[in-house]
Design a binder for this molecule. Structure first.
Ligand code: IDP
Ligand code: MG
Length: 149
């Protein structure tokens, strides 16, 4: 079963958008298997964003994600990586379409409310960076067959 890491970034938590973001993912029918509020240490931030190490915005991204708590979650389901990415919208909220999380809730590329893994392989790495296996819960949602027949 596919899993993805979703972070509600410091701006989303500070702005009181935790319920809004989780509500959208829940209403879509996605399945939550891990959830916690946490501070992101710089070392974890640098490992999480390692692919951007050479980019000019790397320092700013590390400073930002470690500046204030995030909500870290793992969601599970068929195609969940691309489902979440399409719900988030493009990286820059200024050009993200209405109806997407970033297009509805943000305006700045650095403060774009959410992170979602960009591939199943990357998701596996990111889930294991943020969660111990014992923190993930396997459970069945009542009425789940009305979402996934
Ligand atoms: P993604 O979050 O949509 O996957 P990435 O390209 O992986 O976007 O970039 C990671 C994060 O780095 C973005 O979510 C954004 O907050 C930040 N970022 C990306 N590009 C820029 C930029 O050009 N300037 C400032 N911040 C950026
Ligand atoms: Mg990315």
């Amino acid at each position: 079963m596919e899993r993805t890491l979703v972070l509600i970034k410091p701006d989303g938590v500070q702005r009181g958008l935790v319920g809004e973001v989780i509500g959208r993912l829940e209403r879509r029918g996605l399945h939550l298997v891990g959830l916690k509020l946490m501070a992101v240490e710089r070392e974890l931030a640098e490992r999480h964003y390692a692919e951007h190490r050479e980019r000019p915005f790397f320092g700013a991204v590390i400073d930002f994600i470690s500046s204030s708590p995030v909500v870290a979650m793992v969601w599970e389901g068929p195609n969940v990586v691309s489902l979440v990415r399409s719900m988030m919208g493009p990286t820059n909220p200024a050009t993200a379409p209405p109806g997407t999380i970033r297009g509805d809730l943000g305006v700045d590329i650095g403060q774009n409310v959410v992170h979602g893994s960009d591939s199943p392989a990357r998701a596996e790495v990111e889930v294991s960076l943020f969660f111990q296996p014992s923190e993930l819960v396997s459970w069945e949602r009542a009425g789940g067959s009305w979402i996934y027949p």
